[in-house]
Design a protein around this ligand. Structure first.
Ligand code: NAG
Ligand code: NAG
Ligand code: NAG
Ligand code: NAG
Ligand code: NAG
Ligand code: NAG
Length: 403
């Protein structure tokens, strides 16, 4: 049935005029992110016949002296507080740049021109200000499935979108549900400092380091000095490997353990040090061998069995001497400035002038000697001299060696 219009009007007046004193808050519990702005929406009612004198918010549930302390006079709040309401019914307030110290109960209070007409809106609004903390396992092993969680001390709104950072770079490719970042099969490259944030907010959580453990990789041996090695040199073998945690290094020569540590030093190398070297890198997640490094220490020299100065038509024997392990069985002879070998075998007969050297070969490689100089110094010349003849001709043959 339809009521006549004036009656509806009267009923409405009645409802308002008999309304109790009251304050109502849209949200009695607010979870806010550090440094964000919080709006506490609020309305209030009071009976007609009163005039609102003062409206303010307080965080004290009891009077301090004559009145409740006004938040806008608190130096901790005055710069950050904005009353968005009015003096009729809206008591909404905004608090900027909230800190965890702001976590508290807040109440709206109003006073009227009547001494008894004062009201505090209990039970108030509970504000909790949270930061964000990345929760992550401290140590993970390559291949593990790793879940990082962005934790807040209270439940942020469902609409909150989380953003993840690794080493301050936003992770764009990953969109994982809620506040979790899932690394399906964690890789070495995933190690780093992780932090999280909420979309649309300036606050970023402290970073947490994700340490990804893995077995040794890229194990290699380098040698110093890198050039030719001769007997008596000091030689250092260095084992490089990539692993987390750092690996223990062992050295092997021809399969036999010879030492440990990243560096293997040989102070006075001799042919006995020749052989096949490798290092093994071991940590709790596995081990890996380097490639083999061949050390071939050869002392090759040439000596001349005879005089370095010969006469034309004569020859001198050059002998190649080699000290190596295993011994060299194969020798080649070269003349400087000629690319192809001029001979083979441990000795060589030099017939011409030149600088000669030998090259000794064993299964690990070869080494050449310094060169020796052979000089053909003379020429045997026969001079015929004839003189006028009387009877009984005389022929004088002079043989002369011209130097
Ligand atoms: C309070 O204000 C209202 C509205 O202005 C007025 O009607 C009322 O008389 C006032 N009461 C007192 C006690 O001053
Ligand atoms: C109260 O004031 C705020 C800020 O002006 C406004 O956003 C809000 O809608 C108002 N609330 C009511 C119930 O009118
Ligand atoms: C807090 O927020 C302001 C802007 O609202 C921003 O300029 C400032 O850098 C933020 N501070 C921190 C510590 O995030
Ligand atoms: C090479 O061997 C010879 C003879 O065995 C030796 O006298 C010489 O010192 C060696 N050279 C080096 C650099 O050890
Ligand atoms: C050097 O020559 C002499 C005499 O010709 C010979 O007896 C000797 O065996 C040679 N030495 C070598 C190492 O060939
Ligand atoms: C000797 O060395 C040369 C040059 O490296 C090689 O061509 C030859 O096959 C070797 N001979 C033997 C018997 O090892």
């Amino acid at each position: 049935m339809a009521l006549p219009l004036p009656l509806i009007f009267l009923l409405m007046i009645h409802r308002v005029s008999s309304a109790d004193w009251g304050v109502s808050y849209s949200h009695s519990h607010i979870c806010a992110l550090k440094n964000s702005s919080v709006i506490m929406s609020c309305t209030y009612t009071y009976p007609t016949g009163y005039q609102i004198m003062n409206v303010f918010w307080t965080k004290s549930p009891i009077k301090v002296g004559e009145e409740y302390p006004d938040l806008s006079e608190d130096p901790e709040y005055s710069q950050r507080l904005q009353y968005l309401g009015d003096k009729q019914q809206n008591c909404t307030i905004r608090l900027n740049h909230v800190t965890q110290k702001d976590s508290h109960m807040y109440y709206f209070r109003f006073t009227t021109n009547v001494t008894e007409g004062r009201w505090t809106g209990h039970p108030g609004v509970s504000l909790i200000v949270t930061d964000l903390q990345v929760e992550s396992p401290e140590r993970v092993t390559e291949g593990d499935s790793v879940r990082l969680t962005c934790k807040s001390s209270c439940t942020l709104t469902d609409r909150a979108t989380f953003i993840w950072y690794r080493n301050s770079q936003p992770l764009t490719e990953r969109r994982d549900r809620n506040n979790e970042l899932l690394l399906q099969s964690v890789r070495r490259e995933d190690a780093g400092r992780y932090s999280c944030a909420l979309h649309g907010h300036t606050y970023i959580s402290p970073a947490v380091h994700l340490n990804v453990m893995y077995a040794p990789k890229s194990v290699s041996v380098s040698i110093s000095p890198s050039g030719e090695i001769v007997e008596g040199d000091s030689v250092t073998l260095i084992c490089s490997s990539d692993s987390n945690p750092p690996a223990e290094i062992s050295w092997f020569k021809g399969g036999m353990f010879v030492g440990s540590g990243r560096i293997y030093s040989i102070s006075k190398i001799s042919s006995d040090h020749s052989g096949e070297y490798k290092c093994k890198s071991i940590n709790e997640h596995g081990d890996k061998d380097s490639d083999i490094l061949i050390l071939n220490v050869m002392n090759v020299s040439v000596f001349i069995n005879g005089s370095a100065e010969i006469v034309e038509g004569d020859s001198v024997t050059l002998i190649c001497s080699s000290d190596s392990n295993p011994p060299a069985l194969n020798f080649s002879w070269f003349k400087e400035d000629e690319s192809s070998a001029v001979g083979s075998g441990q000795s060589f007969s030099a017939l011409q002038s030149g600088r000669f050297y030998c090259e000794a070969h064993n299964q690990h490689g070869s080494q050449r000697s310094d060169a020796v100089t052979v000089t053909v110094k003379g020429r045997l010349v026969i001079l015929y001299m004839s003189t006028g003849v009387v009877c009984g001709a005389a022929v004088i043959i002079m043989m002369s060696l011209i130097w």
